[in-house]
Write a protein that binds this ligand. Structure first.
Ligand code: NAD
Ligand code: GLY
Length: 344
Protein backbone atom coordinates (compact mmCIF):
# COMPACT_ATOMS: atom_id res chain seq x y z
CA UNK A 1 0.00 0.00 0.00
CA UNK A 2 1.14 3.55 -0.74
CA UNK A 3 0.19 6.58 1.34
CA UNK A 4 0.15 10.14 0.02
CA UNK A 5 -0.57 12.93 2.51
CA UNK A 6 -2.28 16.17 1.49
CA UNK A 7 -1.63 19.24 3.64
CA UNK A 8 -4.13 21.84 2.47
CA UNK A 9 -6.87 23.59 4.51
CA UNK A 10 -7.26 20.10 5.93
CA UNK A 11 -4.63 17.36 6.25
CA UNK A 12 -5.59 13.89 5.06
CA UNK A 13 -4.15 10.65 3.76
CA UNK A 14 -4.77 8.98 0.44
CA UNK A 15 -4.29 5.21 0.71
CA UNK A 16 -3.70 3.34 -2.54
CA UNK A 17 -3.35 -0.41 -2.89
CA UNK A 18 -4.84 -3.84 -3.42
CA UNK A 19 -7.26 -5.29 -0.85
CA UNK A 20 -7.99 -2.02 0.97
CA UNK A 21 -11.80 -2.01 0.94
CA UNK A 22 -12.08 -4.43 3.90
CA UNK A 23 -9.97 -1.96 5.93
CA UNK A 24 -12.42 0.92 5.38
CA UNK A 25 -13.98 0.54 8.85
CA UNK A 26 -10.65 0.42 10.66
CA UNK A 27 -9.34 3.43 8.71
CA UNK A 28 -12.57 5.38 9.36
CA UNK A 29 -12.27 4.57 13.06
CA UNK A 30 -8.88 6.31 13.14
CA UNK A 31 -10.65 9.57 12.22
CA UNK A 32 -12.31 9.48 15.66
CA UNK A 33 -15.67 10.56 17.12
CA UNK A 34 -18.13 9.27 14.50
CA UNK A 35 -20.84 6.76 15.45
CA UNK A 36 -22.79 6.59 12.20
CA UNK A 37 -21.52 6.38 8.64
CA UNK A 38 -23.79 7.12 5.68
CA UNK A 39 -22.49 5.06 2.76
CA UNK A 40 -23.42 6.79 -0.51
CA UNK A 41 -23.22 4.75 -3.71
CA UNK A 42 -25.00 4.09 -7.00
CA UNK A 43 -26.85 1.25 -8.65
CA UNK A 44 -23.88 -0.29 -10.49
CA UNK A 45 -21.22 -0.01 -7.80
CA UNK A 46 -23.30 -0.80 -4.71
CA UNK A 47 -24.15 -4.39 -5.76
CA UNK A 48 -20.44 -5.02 -6.44
CA UNK A 49 -18.81 -3.46 -3.37
CA UNK A 50 -21.54 -2.14 -1.07
CA UNK A 51 -21.69 -5.16 1.21
CA UNK A 52 -17.91 -5.32 1.67
CA UNK A 53 -17.90 -1.63 2.61
CA UNK A 54 -20.86 -1.98 4.99
CA UNK A 55 -19.43 -5.14 6.64
CA UNK A 56 -16.10 -3.44 7.20
CA UNK A 57 -17.74 -0.35 8.74
CA UNK A 58 -20.02 -2.45 10.96
CA UNK A 59 -17.14 -4.63 12.18
CA UNK A 60 -15.37 -1.46 13.26
CA UNK A 61 -18.41 -0.61 15.41
CA UNK A 62 -20.19 1.95 13.23
CA UNK A 63 -23.90 2.13 12.71
CA UNK A 64 -24.31 2.19 8.89
CA UNK A 65 -27.07 3.65 6.72
CA UNK A 66 -26.80 3.36 2.94
CA UNK A 67 -28.11 5.73 0.26
CA UNK A 68 -28.05 4.34 -3.29
CA UNK A 69 -29.09 6.33 -6.38
CA UNK A 70 -29.30 5.39 -10.09
CA UNK A 71 -25.84 5.26 -11.74
CA UNK A 72 -24.86 7.97 -14.21
CA UNK A 73 -24.19 11.68 -14.62
CA UNK A 74 -27.93 12.40 -14.87
CA UNK A 75 -28.21 11.67 -11.13
CA UNK A 76 -25.71 14.40 -10.22
CA UNK A 77 -28.55 16.89 -9.90
CA UNK A 78 -30.35 19.07 -7.39
CA UNK A 79 -33.16 16.59 -6.80
CA UNK A 80 -30.89 13.70 -5.79
CA UNK A 81 -28.73 16.13 -3.80
CA UNK A 82 -31.71 17.34 -1.73
CA UNK A 83 -33.00 13.80 -1.32
CA UNK A 84 -29.59 12.79 0.07
CA UNK A 85 -29.58 15.75 2.48
CA UNK A 86 -33.04 14.69 3.70
CA UNK A 87 -31.79 11.12 4.10
CA UNK A 88 -28.91 12.37 6.28
CA UNK A 89 -31.34 14.40 8.38
CA UNK A 90 -33.91 11.59 8.70
CA UNK A 91 -31.15 9.28 9.90
CA UNK A 92 -30.06 11.94 12.39
CA UNK A 93 -26.43 12.14 11.37
CA UNK A 94 -24.63 14.59 13.63
CA UNK A 95 -21.67 16.87 12.99
CA UNK A 96 -19.25 14.20 14.22
CA UNK A 97 -20.58 11.50 11.86
CA UNK A 98 -19.25 10.57 8.45
CA UNK A 99 -20.29 10.20 4.82
CA UNK A 100 -18.43 7.60 2.72
CA UNK A 101 -18.64 8.01 -1.08
CA UNK A 102 -18.25 4.61 -2.77
CA UNK A 103 -18.09 4.96 -6.56
CA UNK A 104 -16.76 7.03 -9.44
CA UNK A 105 -16.65 10.79 -9.81
CA UNK A 106 -20.43 11.11 -9.86
CA UNK A 107 -20.79 9.60 -6.38
CA UNK A 108 -17.76 11.48 -5.07
CA UNK A 109 -18.94 14.87 -6.35
CA UNK A 110 -22.54 14.45 -5.16
CA UNK A 111 -21.79 12.89 -1.78
CA UNK A 112 -18.93 15.35 -1.22
CA UNK A 113 -21.20 18.34 -1.87
CA UNK A 114 -23.89 16.88 0.38
CA UNK A 115 -21.31 16.39 3.16
CA UNK A 116 -20.03 19.95 2.60
CA UNK A 117 -23.58 21.33 2.97
CA UNK A 118 -25.26 19.16 5.59
CA UNK A 119 -25.12 20.92 9.00
CA UNK A 120 -22.76 23.38 7.22
CA UNK A 121 -20.27 20.59 6.73
CA UNK A 122 -19.57 17.10 8.04
CA UNK A 123 -16.55 14.93 7.30
CA UNK A 124 -16.45 12.55 4.34
CA UNK A 125 -14.36 9.74 2.95
CA UNK A 126 -13.77 9.16 -0.74
CA UNK A 127 -13.65 5.51 -1.88
CA UNK A 128 -13.01 5.87 -5.63
CA UNK A 129 -13.88 2.92 -7.87
CA UNK A 130 -13.03 4.37 -11.32
CA UNK A 131 -9.58 5.27 -12.62
CA UNK A 132 -10.75 8.86 -13.16
CA UNK A 133 -11.95 9.13 -9.57
CA UNK A 134 -8.76 7.52 -8.26
CA UNK A 135 -6.37 9.91 -10.03
CA UNK A 136 -8.47 13.04 -10.13
CA UNK A 137 -11.92 13.63 -8.63
CA UNK A 138 -11.42 11.97 -5.21
CA UNK A 139 -8.40 14.19 -4.48
CA UNK A 140 -8.38 17.94 -3.98
CA UNK A 141 -11.78 18.75 -2.55
CA UNK A 142 -13.80 19.91 -5.56
CA UNK A 143 -17.40 18.81 -5.06
CA UNK A 144 -20.37 19.70 -7.25
CA UNK A 145 -23.69 18.94 -8.85
CA UNK A 146 -24.92 19.86 -12.32
CA UNK A 147 -27.62 22.48 -12.97
CA UNK A 148 -29.88 22.56 -16.04
CA UNK A 149 -27.65 25.42 -17.30
CA UNK A 150 -24.48 23.31 -17.19
CA UNK A 151 -22.15 20.84 -15.52
CA UNK A 152 -20.73 21.37 -12.03
CA UNK A 153 -22.34 24.80 -11.67
CA UNK A 154 -23.13 24.42 -7.95
CA UNK A 155 -20.58 23.07 -5.51
CA UNK A 156 -18.01 23.72 -2.84
CA UNK A 157 -14.34 23.29 -2.13
CA UNK A 158 -14.32 20.80 0.71
CA UNK A 159 -11.44 18.41 1.31
CA UNK A 160 -12.23 14.81 2.30
CA UNK A 161 -10.90 13.42 5.59
CA UNK A 162 -9.57 10.26 3.93
CA UNK A 163 -9.28 8.76 0.44
CA UNK A 164 -9.17 4.97 0.31
CA UNK A 165 -8.44 3.61 -3.17
CA UNK A 166 -8.64 -0.17 -3.45
CA UNK A 167 -7.09 -0.88 -6.86
CA UNK A 168 -8.90 -4.26 -6.98
CA UNK A 169 -12.19 -2.44 -7.54
CA UNK A 170 -10.89 -1.18 -10.90
CA UNK A 171 -10.92 -4.77 -12.22
CA UNK A 172 -14.67 -4.71 -12.79
CA UNK A 173 -14.54 -1.48 -14.81
CA UNK A 174 -15.61 -1.84 -18.45
CA UNK A 175 -12.55 -1.22 -20.64
CA UNK A 176 -14.10 1.88 -22.23
CA UNK A 177 -14.48 3.51 -18.82
CA UNK A 178 -10.95 2.53 -17.85
CA UNK A 179 -9.69 4.16 -21.10
CA UNK A 180 -11.54 7.37 -20.19
CA UNK A 181 -9.54 7.52 -16.97
CA UNK A 182 -6.35 6.94 -18.98
CA UNK A 183 -6.89 10.33 -20.67
CA UNK A 184 -6.45 11.96 -17.23
CA UNK A 185 -3.40 9.79 -16.48
CA UNK A 186 -1.78 10.82 -19.79
CA UNK A 187 -2.63 14.44 -18.92
CA UNK A 188 -0.47 14.23 -15.76
CA UNK A 189 2.45 12.89 -17.81
CA UNK A 190 2.18 15.70 -20.37
CA UNK A 191 1.84 18.33 -17.65
CA UNK A 192 4.50 17.32 -15.19
CA UNK A 193 6.35 14.04 -15.62
CA UNK A 194 8.40 12.72 -18.56
CA UNK A 195 9.15 9.44 -16.74
CA UNK A 196 5.46 8.77 -16.14
CA UNK A 197 4.81 9.56 -19.81
CA UNK A 198 7.58 7.20 -20.93
CA UNK A 199 6.20 4.39 -18.70
CA UNK A 200 2.77 4.84 -20.29
CA UNK A 201 4.29 4.84 -23.78
CA UNK A 202 6.04 1.58 -23.02
CA UNK A 203 3.30 -0.27 -21.17
CA UNK A 204 0.10 1.05 -22.76
CA UNK A 205 -3.04 -0.15 -20.97
CA UNK A 206 -0.94 -2.67 -18.99
CA UNK A 207 0.71 0.07 -16.91
CA UNK A 208 1.35 -0.74 -13.24
CA UNK A 209 -1.81 0.51 -11.57
CA UNK A 210 -0.73 1.10 -7.99
CA UNK A 211 2.47 2.87 -9.06
CA UNK A 212 0.83 5.03 -11.71
CA UNK A 213 -2.17 6.00 -9.58
CA UNK A 214 0.17 6.91 -6.73
CA UNK A 215 2.30 9.08 -9.02
CA UNK A 216 -0.75 10.89 -10.42
CA UNK A 217 -2.09 11.47 -6.91
CA UNK A 218 1.30 12.85 -5.77
CA UNK A 219 1.28 15.24 -8.71
CA UNK A 220 -2.28 16.35 -7.97
CA UNK A 221 -1.44 16.66 -4.25
CA UNK A 222 1.39 19.05 -5.10
CA UNK A 223 -0.88 21.21 -7.25
CA UNK A 224 -3.66 21.28 -4.65
CA UNK A 225 -1.20 22.25 -1.91
CA UNK A 226 0.07 25.09 -4.07
CA UNK A 227 -3.32 26.36 -5.24
CA UNK A 228 -6.19 24.74 -3.34
CA UNK A 229 -8.82 27.19 -4.58
CA UNK A 230 -7.96 27.11 -8.27
CA UNK A 231 -6.75 30.63 -8.88
CA UNK A 232 -3.38 29.83 -10.48
CA UNK A 233 -1.34 26.65 -10.85
CA UNK A 234 -4.36 24.33 -10.50
CA UNK A 235 -5.68 25.73 -13.78
CA UNK A 236 -3.08 23.58 -15.54
CA UNK A 237 -5.16 20.52 -14.69
CA UNK A 238 -7.48 21.84 -17.40
CA UNK A 239 -5.05 20.64 -20.08
CA UNK A 240 -7.26 19.26 -22.87
CA UNK A 241 -10.37 20.19 -20.88
CA UNK A 242 -11.16 23.70 -22.15
CA UNK A 243 -11.81 22.61 -25.73
CA UNK A 244 -12.67 19.08 -24.46
CA UNK A 245 -15.62 20.52 -22.52
CA UNK A 246 -16.75 22.22 -25.75
CA UNK A 247 -16.62 18.87 -27.58
CA UNK A 248 -18.43 17.10 -24.74
CA UNK A 249 -21.18 19.75 -24.65
CA UNK A 250 -21.57 19.79 -28.45
CA UNK A 251 -22.09 16.00 -28.34
CA UNK A 252 -24.81 16.60 -25.71
CA UNK A 253 -22.68 14.47 -23.41
CA UNK A 254 -22.94 11.42 -25.68
CA UNK A 255 -19.14 11.45 -26.04
CA UNK A 256 -17.44 10.49 -22.78
CA UNK A 257 -15.41 13.04 -20.80
CA UNK A 258 -12.13 11.13 -21.29
CA UNK A 259 -12.53 10.92 -25.06
CA UNK A 260 -13.47 14.60 -25.28
CA UNK A 261 -10.42 15.56 -23.19
CA UNK A 262 -8.17 13.43 -25.43
CA UNK A 263 -9.50 15.17 -28.55
CA UNK A 264 -9.14 18.55 -26.79
CA UNK A 265 -5.51 17.77 -25.93
CA UNK A 266 -4.83 16.73 -29.53
CA UNK A 267 -6.33 20.01 -30.80
CA UNK A 268 -4.23 22.25 -28.54
CA UNK A 269 -0.99 20.43 -29.28
CA UNK A 270 -1.62 20.56 -33.05
CA UNK A 271 -2.67 24.24 -32.89
CA UNK A 272 0.51 25.17 -31.08
CA UNK A 273 3.00 22.43 -31.97
CA UNK A 274 6.11 21.60 -29.95
CA UNK A 275 8.82 19.03 -30.64
CA UNK A 276 6.88 16.46 -28.54
CA UNK A 277 3.57 16.92 -30.41
CA UNK A 278 4.00 13.63 -32.38
CA UNK A 279 4.58 11.67 -29.13
CA UNK A 280 1.51 13.23 -27.49
CA UNK A 281 -0.70 12.30 -30.46
CA UNK A 282 0.84 8.81 -30.64
CA UNK A 283 0.19 7.99 -26.98
CA UNK A 284 -3.48 8.98 -27.30
CA UNK A 285 -3.76 6.59 -30.25
CA UNK A 286 -1.94 3.85 -28.34
CA UNK A 287 -4.59 4.09 -25.60
CA UNK A 288 -7.42 3.98 -28.16
CA UNK A 289 -8.39 7.59 -27.47
CA UNK A 290 -9.53 9.98 -30.22
CA UNK A 291 -7.22 12.65 -31.65
CA UNK A 292 -9.83 14.13 -33.99
CA UNK A 293 -13.35 15.48 -33.87
CA UNK A 294 -15.85 15.86 -36.70
CA UNK A 295 -17.35 19.01 -35.17
CA UNK A 296 -16.83 22.30 -37.01
CA UNK A 297 -14.64 25.00 -35.49
CA UNK A 298 -17.64 27.38 -35.26
CA UNK A 299 -19.52 24.91 -33.05
CA UNK A 300 -16.49 24.15 -30.90
CA UNK A 301 -15.88 27.87 -30.47
CA UNK A 302 -19.46 28.48 -29.29
CA UNK A 303 -19.48 25.58 -26.85
CA UNK A 304 -15.95 26.24 -25.57
CA UNK A 305 -16.92 29.82 -24.76
CA UNK A 306 -19.73 28.63 -22.50
CA UNK A 307 -17.18 26.89 -20.24
CA UNK A 308 -17.46 28.27 -16.72
CA UNK A 309 -13.71 28.89 -16.43
CA UNK A 310 -13.78 31.76 -18.92
CA UNK A 311 -12.65 35.05 -17.35
CA UNK A 312 -14.05 38.15 -19.08
CA UNK A 313 -12.76 38.38 -22.63
CA UNK A 314 -10.05 35.77 -22.12
CA UNK A 315 -9.88 31.98 -22.09
CA UNK A 316 -6.92 30.36 -20.34
CA UNK A 317 -5.60 27.66 -22.64
CA UNK A 318 -3.07 25.15 -21.34
CA UNK A 319 -0.47 24.51 -24.01
CA UNK A 320 2.26 21.82 -24.00
CA UNK A 321 5.73 23.25 -24.65
CA UNK A 322 7.26 19.80 -24.14
CA UNK A 323 6.27 16.64 -22.31
CA UNK A 324 6.43 17.64 -18.64
CA UNK A 325 6.22 21.37 -19.34
CA UNK A 326 2.97 23.18 -20.12
CA UNK A 327 2.09 26.88 -20.02
CA UNK A 328 -1.08 28.75 -19.09
CA UNK A 329 -1.74 31.02 -22.10
CA UNK A 330 -4.47 33.66 -21.66
CA UNK A 331 -6.07 33.77 -25.10
CA UNK A 332 -8.41 36.58 -26.21
CA UNK A 333 -11.82 35.27 -27.17
CA UNK A 334 -11.37 36.82 -30.66
CA UNK A 335 -8.35 34.55 -31.32
CA UNK A 336 -9.98 31.37 -30.06
CA UNK A 337 -11.72 30.39 -33.30
CA UNK A 338 -8.51 30.69 -35.35
CA UNK A 339 -6.71 28.68 -32.67
CA UNK A 340 -9.29 25.87 -32.82
CA UNK A 341 -9.21 25.87 -36.63
CA UNK A 342 -5.43 25.46 -36.56
CA UNK A 343 -5.75 22.40 -34.31
CA UNK A 344 -8.48 20.48 -36.15
P1 NAD B 1 -19.04 7.72 -13.03
O1 NAD B 1 -19.00 7.92 -11.59
O2 NAD B 1 -20.34 7.95 -13.72
O3 NAD B 1 -18.54 6.25 -13.36
C1 NAD B 1 -18.47 5.84 -14.72
C2 NAD B 1 -19.24 4.53 -14.92
O4 NAD B 1 -18.52 3.47 -14.30
C3 NAD B 1 -20.63 4.51 -14.31
O5 NAD B 1 -21.49 3.83 -15.19
C4 NAD B 1 -20.44 3.68 -13.03
O6 NAD B 1 -21.62 3.02 -12.64
C5 NAD B 1 -19.37 2.71 -13.46
N1 NAD B 1 -18.51 2.18 -12.40
C6 NAD B 1 -17.90 2.90 -11.43
N2 NAD B 1 -17.06 2.12 -10.73
C7 NAD B 1 -17.15 0.89 -11.27
C8 NAD B 1 -16.50 -0.34 -11.01
N3 NAD B 1 -15.53 -0.44 -10.09
N4 NAD B 1 -16.84 -1.42 -11.74
C9 NAD B 1 -17.78 -1.31 -12.73
N5 NAD B 1 -18.40 -0.18 -13.05
C10 NAD B 1 -18.09 0.91 -12.33
O7 NAD B 1 -17.98 8.64 -13.79
P2 NAD B 1 -16.43 8.95 -13.55
O8 NAD B 1 -15.84 8.90 -14.91
O9 NAD B 1 -15.83 8.16 -12.46
O10 NAD B 1 -16.49 10.45 -13.05
C11 NAD B 1 -17.05 11.47 -13.85
C12 NAD B 1 -17.58 12.54 -12.94
O11 NAD B 1 -16.51 13.07 -12.17
C13 NAD B 1 -18.19 13.72 -13.67
O12 NAD B 1 -19.38 14.07 -13.04
C14 NAD B 1 -17.17 14.83 -13.51
O13 NAD B 1 -17.75 16.11 -13.52
C15 NAD B 1 -16.57 14.49 -12.18
N6 NAD B 1 -15.20 14.98 -11.97
C16 NAD B 1 -14.95 15.65 -10.82
C17 NAD B 1 -13.67 16.10 -10.57
C18 NAD B 1 -13.37 16.80 -9.28
O14 NAD B 1 -12.26 17.28 -9.10
N7 NAD B 1 -14.30 16.83 -8.36
C19 NAD B 1 -12.64 15.87 -11.48
C20 NAD B 1 -12.93 15.18 -12.65
C21 NAD B 1 -14.24 14.74 -12.88
N1 GLY C 1 -10.09 18.15 -11.93
C1 GLY C 1 -9.47 19.42 -11.86
C2 GLY C 1 -9.20 19.91 -10.48
O1 GLY C 1 -9.34 19.19 -9.52
O2 GLY C 1 -8.81 21.02 -10.33
Amino acid sequence: MNTVTVRASKQYDILIGSGLLPTLGAEAKKLGKARTVCLVSESTVYPLYGKAAEDSLKSAGFSVVSYVFPAGESSKNGTVFLDLLNFLAENKLTRSDLVAALGGGVVGDLAGFAAASYLRGIRFIQVPTTLLAAVDSSVGGKTAIDLPAGKNLAGAFCQPSLVLCDTDTLRSLPEEIFRDGCAEVIKYGVLYDRDLFAHLEEEGLAFHRETVITRCVELKRDVVMEDEFDTGARMKLNLGHTIGHGIEAKSHFQLSHGKAVAAGLAIVTRACPCPDTPRILAILEKFGLPTKTDYASDDLYTYTLSDKKRAGGTVNLIIPRAIGDCAIVPTPVESLKTFIQAGL
